[in-house]
Design a protein around this ligand. Structure first.
Ligand code: HEM
Length: 115
């Protein structure tokens, strides 16, 4: 089971890399068209791997701070909601990219500093 947990953490960290990479790529994009699909792909990967890690905790013997995970989930829902809303509207306001990037950094901070 430890291998499964490590595999999920591995994918969870790659999901974070997708989100940060999307932020950097989107910086060069113009305001026309939908936001980069990386926002939805990265958010989806974080949701699936994060929830799987949390739900498997009894089996993997992990002891997580559930208040922290709840707040991380909330931040992720905001990221995914904004990305989905503007993907459907096919427009990318200038504030969207820095806002999504900032929220990702908030979640990295929560993950690392809130023990
Ligand atoms: C933008 C979204 C997210 C980002 C950037 C993110 C980032 C991270 C990072 C960097 C770590 C490693 C921390 C460390 O090892 O010290 C981590 C661990 C973890 N995250 Fe997330 N996370 C996100 C969303 C979520 C969500 C929504 C959940 C679940 C509801 C979640 C559950 C977890 C769990 C359970 C761990 C601990 C894994 C372990 O070491 O066994 N994450 N996250």
């Amino acid at each position: 089971m430890e291998f499964v947990r490590l595999l999920l953490v591995f994918l969870h960290l790659l999901g974070m890399a997708v989100l940060i990479g999307t932020f950097l790529v989107q910086r060069r994009a113009t305001g026309d068209g939908p936001p980069n699909a990386g926002w939805l792909h990265g958010a989806g990967l974080q949701l699936v791997t994060g929830l799987a890690l949390q739900l498997l905790a009894p089996v993997t013997d992990a002891d997580y701070n559930h208040m922290k995970l709840g707040i991380k989930l909330l931040v992720l829902v905001v990221i995914a909601g904004l990305a989905l809303a503007y993907t459907l509207r096919k427009t990318t306001p200038r504030w969207l990219n820095p806002t999504l990037g900032g929220l990702v950094v908030v979640n990295v901070g929560l993950a690392v500093f809130w023990t």
